[in-house]
Every structure is written in structure tokens, then in C-alpha cells.
Design a protein around this ligand. Structure first.
Ligand code: NAD
Length: 297
């Protein structure tokens, strides 16, 4: 039986850890939240008192933390998990974080003689619960091969995107497309309303034409055409505007660091900043159509 240390068992990490238990791994968990830990110990996990304890004597350590500073804090330095684990331990960081932090931690892991991948996910809490997440993986071939069975216990689609940090790069590039396309689709519906063009008619035409995209056909920001989209339940998330803003900011950080021009990505980040600042952070990100509709030209 494989042994796993899981650090960060919140909305995403909790169900992921429970899926590893279901697949037959012995799982030790650590989190700052007692309630998050209890939801895992109730399912058969063992609670430990520190991140270092979670990393000692296990085959694999999985981390699912809020942001880059948490990941650096947990991994690096004398009190970090890299200093506590046995040589050759496999580390899987599934948090969504900045590419620079992911590469810094991967370099630390290599120096310490560990295997490591960055493996951010898409699919949300529903995907974490159903073990249907998509994993975007960056790291050496040997680490990817060793991680694959564990990722398969938590997800459905697993893509090796290249070397360290490339999982994070794939995640933020994809989500930059998503943020931009949601704004584009919302602007199109808001314009159609002012031109007297029916939502369903625009959907029927655009979903079969060159405007077709996921934001239109799966996550349509107006109620009606796609009955399962959050627009039909008053924009209850789903994927919150706060999370979209986080990913768009990560894309901007990466673009600055790499010297890439992303003017529409920057504009999308600015619009989501305005939307969340107005108190809509917990609303589904497709709710931005309301702000777009009300904006004065
Ligand atoms: P969450 O806040 O529910 O969980 C994070 C957990 O980390 C919390 O339980 C928190 O107590 C714990 N934590 C924070 N600092 C810690 C520390 N130093 N030691 C131990 N535990 C610590 O967040 P989440 O929704 O589970 O998201 C986790 C990551 O997954 C984020 O990077 C997020 O961007 C990414 N993500 C989330 C979703 C989603 O739909 N929720 C989708 C894709 C990716």
C-alpha cells in the first residue's frame, strides 16, 4: 500500500485526499483548519501535527495550498518538507501558483535529491469530488511516470506539459483564454440586447459559427441557451470571479517576467479587478456580464 502525506485539505485538497484513500493509499493529512482535517480523518486518514510530519516516511507528498508564498513556505528552508522527507520522495504540488515560485521550489527539490512535479488542476470542486480533474504537469519524465498512478486516482485527463513550471504555465495560459473569452461573449450578448437580437438566436448562430467557444457553449453568461450554466442560478459559483482574477494576475506576472505582450489579458485582469472590487468576488465569473451590460460607452 502506497503511503501519502497530504498538506492543504481544503475545498479541493479534501476530496482529492479522500480519493487517494478510496484508491487504497494510506494518507496522513495536515492543514491549519481542524474542520478540513476532520473531514479527512472521518474518511480514514491520519492527522499529523505539522507539514514536516506529513512528509516523513511516505512515498508521496501532495500539496494543495492557496498561493505561491504558502508553497515556498511549506517546501523550502530548515522547517520545510524538503528538509524532512527521505531521499527520493515524490512531491506533487497541485496548487495554482506563479511560475517563478513553482520553478524555485522544483529547483530546491532537485537539489535535495527529490522527485517533483507541478500539477495544477482544472475541473473545480465537482471534478475533485468525482476524481475527474485535468492535471497539467511540469517536471522530469521520471517524476511524471512515478506520479501518474496517483494522479489517475484523483483525475481523468493527465497531460505532461514539459519541464518544471510548465504545468503552471499551461494553467495560466488556458485561464487567460477563458477570462478573455468570457468577456468577449458577454460583450457580444450585451451588444445583441441593445441591437434587438434575441439571446437564443445569437447562441444558435454563434455556437455553429466562428464565435464558438467554451464560454459560449458550456458556460453561456445569459440564462436559457445552456440550462446548466451559472447564469440560470443567478450566477452562483461555479468558478468564482476571485479565482478568475487570481489566475489572470498570475498570467500578467508571468507575462511581465517573460517579457510577453498580453494587452487583452491585461485588460481582462483590469475588468475582473473592477468586478471583484465592487463586491462580486464570490459570484461566478460569468456574472461579469452584468457589469458589462451596465457600463456606459
Ligand atoms: P481552500 O482555501 O479551500 O484550501 C486551501 C487549504 O490550505 C485550506 O484548508 C488552508 O487551511 C490550507 N492551508 C493554508 N496554508 C497552510 C499551511 N501553511 N499549512 C497547512 N495548510 C495550509 O482552497 P481550494 O479551493 O482548495 O484551492 C486550493 C488551490 O487549488 C488554490 O491554489 C486554487 O487556486 C486551486 N484551484 C481551486 C479550484 C476551485 O475550484 N476551488 C479549481 C482549480 C484550482
Amino acid at each position: 500500500m502506497a503511503s501519502v502525506g497530504f498538506i492543504g485539505v481544503g475545498n479541493m485538497g479534501g476530496p482529492m485526499a479522500r480519493n487517494l484513500l478510496k484508491a487504497g493509499s494510506a494518507v496522513k493529512v495536515f492543514d491549519l483548519s481542524a474542520a478540513a482535517v476532520k473531514a479527512c480523518t472521518d474518511a480514514g486518514a491520519t492527522a499529523v501535527g505539522s507539514a514536516q510530519d506529513a512528509a516523513k516516511g511516505v512515498d508521496v507528498v501532495v500539496t494543495m495550498l492557496p498561493a505561491g508564498q504558502h508553497v515556498r513556505g511549506i517546501y523550502l528552508g530548515e522547517t520545510g518538507v524538503l528538509a524532512a522527507a527521505g531521499k527520493g520522495t515524490l512531491f506533487i504540488d497541485s496548487s495554482t501558483i506563479d511560475v517563478d515560485s513553482a520553478r524555485a521550489v522544483a529547483a530546491g527539490a532537485e537539489k535535495a535529491g527529490m522527485l517533483m512535479i507541478d500539477a495544477p488542476v482544472s475541473g473545480g470542486v465537482g471534478g475533485a469530488e468525482a476524481a475527474t480533474l485535468t492535471f497539467m504537469v511540469g517536471g522530469p519524465d521520471a517524476a511524471f511516470a512515478k506520479a501518474k498512478p496517483f494522479l489517475e486516482a484523483m483525475g481523468k485527463t493527465i497531460v505532461h506539459a514539459g519541464g518544471p513550471g510548465n504545468g503552471q504555465a499551461a494553467k495560466i495560459c488556458n485561464n487567460m483564454v477563458l477570462g478573455i473569452s468570457m468577456i468577449a461573449v458577454s460583450e457580444a450578448f450585451a451588444l445583441a440586447e441593445k441591437l434587438g437580437l434575441d439571446h437564443q438566436k445569437l447562441f444558435d448562430i454563434s455556437s455553429k459559427s466562428s464565435g464558438q467557444c467554451w464560454s459560449l457553449t458550456t458556460y453561456c453568461p445569459v440564462p436559457g441557451p445552456v440550462p446548466t450554466s451559472p447564469a440560470n442560478r443567478d450566477y452562483k459559483a461555479g468558478f468564482t470571479a476571485d479565482m478568475m482574477l487570481k489566475d489572470l494576475k498570475l498570467a500578467q506576472e508571468a507575462a511581465n517576467s517573460a517579457g510577453a505582450a498580453t494587452p487583452i489579458g491585461a485588460q481582462a485582469a483590469a475588468l475582473y479587478e473592477a468586478y471583484t472590487t465592487a463586491g462580486n468576488g464570490p459570484v461566478d465569473f460569468s456574472g461579469i456580464i452584468k457589469m458589462i451590460r451596465e457600463a456606459k460607452r
